[in-house]
Design a protein. Structure first.
Length: 402
């Protein structure tokens, strides 16, 4: 028997659930508050969409922190290879980049999204834009629409409204108080994959804001990673910083202070660096000694002076140690509205194994609304797709039991 299913939120998790449920013959309506679907998905694709990651699957499944075990069944059912096959079925070929990240060959999200929406429409999915969910009215779901307020009572509903990052694209976390009023436990939403504020001097900020620090190695509780990041007017930004963002954020929360440790010369050992610095003419300027002895110039050299004001008076061994482990104290994460993603959300303890809210039968949730986080590089999107698919299967199971 055909069931009426409401999917609230038109991002990757919601659209994947709509695809699965409509293919099973259900009458599916997707309600999206924004004028178009997948706005954050499209923004992510402007600079080359990380659709998934090619690393060993067992390693892939461990990238979701404390939620890794809970997400594992959904990821097992929709692996990174499955993501690539799914995209190919929509006419989007993919390739593996040098970092292991998987990209569409066209390096854009829009062709994939257009093909996806065409498939959904062909499967009978009703796509409703400018339909903003505004809470519950008894057992009904209320929406503000261009034609005025409406209330719907489907056989089952899925919430896929995202977290709190990039609210101008639709993920504004307006749902948090409505679910809390229903007794749902929600971990506070926090910025993830974000930059951090640093107390730069005005002179350093004015001269170097926007400058990249290339070929560096960075260390925190998250581990050690190599690449580059950017000095911003507020502090530090970029993919290399995002790899450490959860660890830095959590240490700030726990201890009130945290620092990113940077190796400015990852190609040399501390001992070799000390020898190379010791060979320099003591009468030469400090900038020349850094350039010739350590290969540091430009923003790297000035960053060292910014954070270690007495560096020019240090001996070769001590200076080498500072160059190899330069601590950048961070003050706070950048606001969640600027973050690529958010941590926190609906507690796993309030969901059953089929992604249904235990105290609200017939209501399911998926995607970034749930309490998990992941680094950039395709992990976020894959988990959103996988949980959308898992929740859709959960809805089928629940409907079949009624």
């Amino acid at each position: 028997m055909t069931k009426q299913i409401a999917i609230i939120g038109g991002g990757p998790a919601g659209l994947m659930a709509a695809e699965v449920l409509s293919a099973a013959g259900h009458a599916v309506t997707v309600y999206e508050a924004m004028p178009t679907f997948g706005r954050k998905f499209l923004l992510a694709g402007k600079s080359g969409l990380n659709i998934t990651h090619s690393e060993d699957f067992s390693s892939f499944t461990e990238r979701f922190g404390n939620a890794s075990a809970r997400l594992r069944p959904a990821l097992d059912a929709f692996t990174p290879d499955d993501v690539r096959h799914w995209a190919l079925g929509l006419g989007t070929e993919t390739f593996v980049g040098t970092s292991g990240r998987v990209f569409p060959t066209v390096m854009k999200a829009s062709p994939l999204l257009r093909a996806w929406l065409r498939r959904l429409e062909a499967q009978g999915v009703a796509l409703r834009t400018r339909h903003r969910w505004v809470g519950f009215a008894g057992n009904d779901y209320r929406f503000e629409t261009p034609e005025g307020p409406i209330a719907v009572r489907p056989d089952a509903a899925l919430l896929a409204l995202g977290g709190a990052s990039w609210p101008r694209l639709g993920s504004d976390a307006a749902w948090v108080p409505w679910l809390r009023d229903k007794g749902i436990v929600i971990a506070d939403l926090r910025p993830a994959n974000c930059g951090f504020d640093v107390a730069w001097s005005e002179a350093f900020r004015e001269r170097f804001a926007g400058e990249p620090l290339k070929s560096v190695s960075t260390t925190s509780d998250a581990g050690t990673f190599q690449g580059e990041f950017v000095v911003s007017k507020h502090g530090i930004e970029g993919s290399l910083v995002y790899a450490h963002s959860a660890a830095l954020r959590d240490r700030l929360f726990a201890e009130g202070q945290a620092a990113l440790t940077v190796d400015l010369a990852p190609g040399r050992t501390t001992e070799r660096l000390a020898r190379d610095l010791a060979r320099q003419d003591a009468k030469a300027s400090f900038s020349n000694r850094l350039r010739k002895g350590a290969g540091l110039e430009g923003v790297k050299a000035v960053l060292l002076r910014e954070l270690v004001p007495d560096a020019n008076r240090m001996g070769p061994e001590e200076l080498a140690e500072r160059i190899k482990a330069l601590h950048i104290p961070v003050l706070r994460p950048r606001p969640i509205a600027e973050a690529i993603s958010s941590a926190g959300g609906i507690a796993w303890s309030d969901l059953d194994g089929n992604y249904m809210l235990k105290t609200l039968p017939s209501l399911f949730a998926a995607g970034e609304m749930l309490d998990w986080e992941a680094p950039t590089g395709g992990y976020l999107l894959t988990a959103c797709l996988a949980t959308g698919r898992a929740a859709a299967r959960g809805i089928e199971v629940w409907l079949g039991s009624q």
